[in-house]
Write a protein that binds this ligand. Structure first.
Ligand code: PEP
Ligand code: MG
Length: 571
């Protein structure tokens, strides 16, 4: 019997493959007393040697796929496993206290973890993390359960997970991971955004994928309609193979527009830019005809590592993107950490409301060394292309002024040291907090541009967590409340002769695009894979008709009314 789950279509396309559950294993056990302690010691030694063999294999694969740096982590784990200071006391406990191996391992390891963590020494704290990881691995072998690692997948699969963090998603190997589905998350959670840039079909927020899907089940991910089919019949598989074929043909049609300008049917030009997370995404931008980078989410440079990236490392990444884009505009957003994007090595306290907390520009203005390092790297890279700098999560004018002052201070210092910096760098802000949208007329006098971040603007305006699938119905991009804020921002920019862009997911949404064209948006920045479809759509629309549509929908009452009106017009 095939089962169908409903979720949120997060990344388009169809994937059909065996399921691979990326689920934290259950490592719970009872503490018991054993009679044959020699047998128990040998069971423990067996688990150690299986763990060693496994770690050696992971280390060797990591050296090839991820580089020596990442492989070093597994080398450290191997050292822990060979350390008599840890292994000795565990065996002693089994023998002297007749403890089962699981309990002896956990108790001894916990003692070392607590001891190392309480030391005021980064090196020892890292050793505590190593011991914790290694303990999990050995325990999993004692208990006979499998632990999972996304970077180790080596056959074609569909990944099934409760949630995927952005760094899990970054580790997915496109060659093998054909699609994924999660229990939680929304269309604008960062794992969904990354799935779109990796072009991996995804359905998120199914609530029950991990309880319904077993390892090895055949799964269809329908990223076009937000459906997941478990163990489908041959008939359904055939139907999806047909749908996939048609979708691939459609993409070939769109691909013909790769070198075309984006001009409406009545001759109005807009810019279609791409959102990127790393310099590796540039191929996608070029293949999809991006006219610029409208959002470079630099925080990914800071993730999946153990310490902050240095100024030089950052400089190389920014330079690569600017050079790669060959004088086309590149809007680089300064560090926007927080919310669902965590940096464990900053050791920030856990917060009740991370999306409303200590994050992005708030953290940068407070921990200025981090901010200044990034700004210096950006300024040094500025001579290699057409750089624009953008500050995230600006909620009031003071924040913008402070951030801009720091930028100019760093620029002054570099110039006085004789370092070359571009003369003109536009400095703008993300408009993603309602207070800033409301004050856009005043901001417009001080900024060079706006980029509307609707992923957050919608969550803050509707007071609806973008990660929470239970309230995903409140992600309402067409709600007139949102459309009016968007209009305020665009009008405010134009009144001061500035440009307004949008880099939230709404910019590439086929229902929103006609309205945004009518509202006069200048730049639409989206996942690269959405660009050609949007270009094809804009070429079929008349801007002046869309102005009428926009005026009309601004007076409507609900998201649904706007949705049906746009659908009616598009027919
Ligand atoms: C946004 O909030 O719309 C945005 C583009 O930024 P992010 O999705 O990274 O929060
Ligand atoms: Mg945002």
């Amino acid at each position: 019997m095939s089962t169908v789950l409903k979720g949120i279509a997060a990344s388009s396309g169809i994937a059909i493959a065996k399921a691979y559950r990326l689920v934290e294993p259950d490592l719970s056990f009872e503490k018991t007393s054993v009679d044959n302690t020699m047998e128990e010691v040998s069971r423990f030694q067996q688990a150690i040697s299986t763990s060693k063999a496994e770690l050696e294999a992971i280390r060797d694969a990591a050296k090839v796929d991820l580089g020596e740096d990442k492989a070093a982590i597994f080398e450290a784990h191997l050292l822990v496993l060979s350390d008599p200071e840890l292994v000795g006391p565990i065996e002693d406990n089994i023998k002297s206290q007749q403890m089962n191996a699981e309990a002896a391992l956990k108790e001894t390891a916990d003692m070392f973890v607590t001891m190392f963590e309480s030391m005021d020494n980064e090196y020892m704290k890292e050793r505590a993390a190593d011991i914790r990881d290694v303990t999990k691995r050995v325990l999993s072998h004692l208990l006979g359960v499998q632990i999972v690692n996304p970077s180790m997948i080596s056959e074609e699969v569909v990944v099934v997970a409760e949630d995927l963090t952005p760094s899990d998603t970054a580790q997915l190997n496109k060659k093998f991971v054909k699609g994924f589905t999660t229990d939680i998350g929304g269309r604008t959670s960062h794992s969904a955004i990354m799935a779109r840039s990796l072009e991996i079909p995804a359905v998120v927020g199914t609530k029950v994928a991990t309880s319904e899907i077993q390892n090895g089940d055949i799964v269809i991910i329908d990223g076009l309609n937000g459906e997941v089919h478990i163990n489908p019949t041959n008939e359904i598989i055939q139907k999806y193979e047909e749908i996939n074929k048609k979708y691939e043909q459609q993409k070939l049609e769109w691909a013909k527009l790769v070198n075309e300008k984006t001009v409406s049917a009545d001759g109005h030009h807009v810019e279609l830019a791409a959102n990127i997370g790393t310099p590796n995404d540039l191929d996608g931008v070029k293949n999809n005809g991006g006219e610029g980078v409208g959002l470079y989410r630099t925080e990914f440079l800071y993730m999946g590592r153990d310490e902050l990236p240095t100024e030089d490392e950052q400089f190389e990444s920014y330079k690569a993107v600017l050079e790669g884009m060959q004088e086309k505009p590149v809007v680089v957003r300064t560090l926007d950490i927080g919310g669902d994007k965590e940096l464990p090595y900053l050791n920030l306290p856990h917060e009740m409301n991370p999306f409303l907390g200590y994050r992005a520009i708030r953290l940068c203005l407070d921990q200025q060394e981090i901010f200044r390092t990034q700004l210096r790297a950006l300024l040094r890279a500025s001579i290699y292309g057409n750089l624009k700098i953008m500050f995230p999560m600006i909620s009031n004018l003071d924040e913008f002024r402070q951030a801009k002052d720091i930028l100019f201070e760093e620029k002054g210092k570099l110039v006085s040291e004789g370092v070359k910096v571009a003369e003109e760098i536009e400095v703008g802000i993300m408009v993603e907090i309602p207070s800033t949208a409301v004050m856009a007329d005043l901001f417009a006098k001080e900024v060079d541009f706006f980029s509307i971040g609707t992923n957050d603007l919608i969550q803050y305006t509707m007071a609806a967590d973008r990660m929470n699938e239970r309230i995903s119905y409140l992600y309402q991009p067409y709600n007139p409340a949102i459309l009016r804020l968007v209009k305020m921002v665009i009008d405010a920019a134009h009144k001061e002769g500035k440009w307004a862009g949008m880099c939230g997911e709404m910019a590439g949404d086929e229902i929103a695009v006609p309205i945004l064209l009518g509202l006069g948006l200048d730049e639409f920045s989206m996942s690269a894979t959405s660009i050609l479809k949007a270009r094809s759509q804009i070429r079929s629309l008349s801007k002046s008709d869309m102005e009428t549509l926009a005026n009309n929908v601004l007076q409507m009452h609900t998201n649904e009314e706007v949705l049906s009106e746009v659908k009616r017009i598009l027919k």
